[in-house]
Design a protein around this ligand. Structure first.
Ligand SMILES: [Fe+2]
Ligand SMILES: [Fe+2]
Length: 403
């Protein structure tokens, strides 16, 4: 039985929640409190599986409470109840919530959200993955510069100047961002030389995702594997991130999902770096198996090491507290059926983007590749969107041909 703590300062809202959730009382153990202070007192006595917090509360706001819970009770799944149209407030709370629950509260949506959150954690808690991760000496950490950016973006008025100042602390990062924006990838006609202009052209959220990904990749820069190239993986991430973002835009998804699709695409194969760095010989064996038997990379990894790069990547990003939508997209990008079907998600975008791209690469490498899981797309009600997404793929592929 899962235990859920609901926090809302308004009595009528709490009573309404209690009434709506009454039919679930046999399945979930629920408790209701009216403030952040009460919630923290309750959590100190009892370990809840999930905490659902209202965005707008006096004294301690929803995001403030979630940030505190993130530090004190990292195991609890953190959900923020917010009005979808209140984008700016919601975006400020990025990083403290695992998922958003749009208001007004709907039981069906809440049920699927709980199932999705619990399924994700169960899938990532399997023994062979745990064993594999426990045997890894050096897991990359969440970059400090990213934390600083996140804090700035959560402030009431994040500015391009302040973001640029933070990024400028790392001159290598500034050079990388300028190189990237001046590559044909972004299709600019006039070269950009000022970091502030680059930040403004990319947009704050895309900069945040790029900084995260660049700094994660930088942690592997000393490393060499005979068959894995850091540069190729970085470009592959950039392509999948851009493509997944374009799909999310095509679907007119809310901005937070568009941003999550980009971040997840950039980092979807980070597990390859972790595995190839730490378990170099086993990884070479997996690559040999992939070519000899023409299976996919992730199937070969599972057979050789007991878990795949997708599992390891998802697990890692989960420990950093990134949103469930990102963790899920990374963990299940090869086999989305392991997740719960849902309307458009970054997972669907990253899965399709990667499958199309992998098919092209597999032809060159003589390996197996992940097929688009059309049953999954159909279960999500997205079956009829594939051809539009393929068109988006052609457009992105065209713009990167000169990269
Ligand atoms: Fe992958
Ligand atoms: Fe990939």
């Amino acid at each position: 039985m899962k235990s859920i703590l609901l926090v809302d300062d308004e009595t009528p809202v709490r009573e309404e929640l209690e009434r709506t959730l009454q039919p679930m009382s046999q399945t979930w153990e629920m408790a209701y409190v009216s403030s952040g202070r009460e919630a923290l007192a309750k959590l100190a006595k009892h370990a809840f599986d999930m905490v659902v917090v209202d965005l707008d509360m006096p004294q301690m706001s929803g995001p403030q409470l979630l940030a505190e819970i993130k530090t004190k009770h990292p195991q609890a799944i953190r959900i923020l109840m917010a009005d979808r149209c209140d984008q700016s407030l919601m975006r400020r709370s990025l990083g403290s919530a695992h998922q958003y629950l749009p208001k007004p509260f709907k039981l069906d949506l809440f049920k699927s959200m709980v199932t999705r959150a619990v399924t994700l954690r169960e899938r990532l808690a399997n023994d062979s993955l745990r064993q594999l991760v426990d045997g890894i000496d050096t897991l990359p950490s969440l970059p400090g510069l990213y934390r600083e950016l996140q804090e700035e973006l959560q402030s009431p008025e994040p500015s391009i100047q302040k973001i640029t100042r933070i990024i400028s602390k790392d001159m290598g990062m500034v050079t990388n961002i300028l190189q990237l924006i001046n590559s044909y990838f972004f299709g600019l006609l006039t070269p950009v030389s000022s970091p502030a202009q680059a930040v403004s052209l990319l947009g704050l959220d895309r900069v945040k995702a790029l900084v995260l990904s660049m700094q994660v990749f930088a942690q592997f820069k000393e490393y060499r594997h005979p068959f894995i190239s850091l540069d190729v993986l970085w470009r592959h991430g950039l392509v999948i991130g851009s493509y997944a973002r374009a799909i999310a835009q095509e679907e007119k998804a809310p901005q937070d999902l568009i941003d999550d699709a980009f971040t997840a695409g950039l980092l979807h194969d980070v597990g390859i770096l972790v595995l190839a760095t730490n378990l170099s010989d086993q990884y070479t064996d997996a690559l040999a198996l992939m070519q000899n038997r023409r299976v996919t990379e992730w199937e070969a990894e599972c057979e050789t090491m007991g878990a795949s790069h997708a599992d390891v990547g998802g697990y890692l990003l989960g420990t950093w507290g990134l949103s469930d939508a990102i963790v899920e997209a990374v963990a299940f990008h090869h086999d989305p059926m392991r997740s719960v079907s849902q309307p458009f998600s970054p997972l669907a975008a990253v899965h399709v983007a990667n499958a199309l791209e992998e098919k092209d690469l597999a032809v060159v490498m003589g390996a197996g590749y992940t097929h688009i899981d059309e049953d999954y797309l159909a279960a999500c009600g997205l079956g009829n969107r594939l051809s539009a997404w393929q068109t988006v793929y052609q457009e992105v592929a065209h713009s990167r041909s000169s990269l």
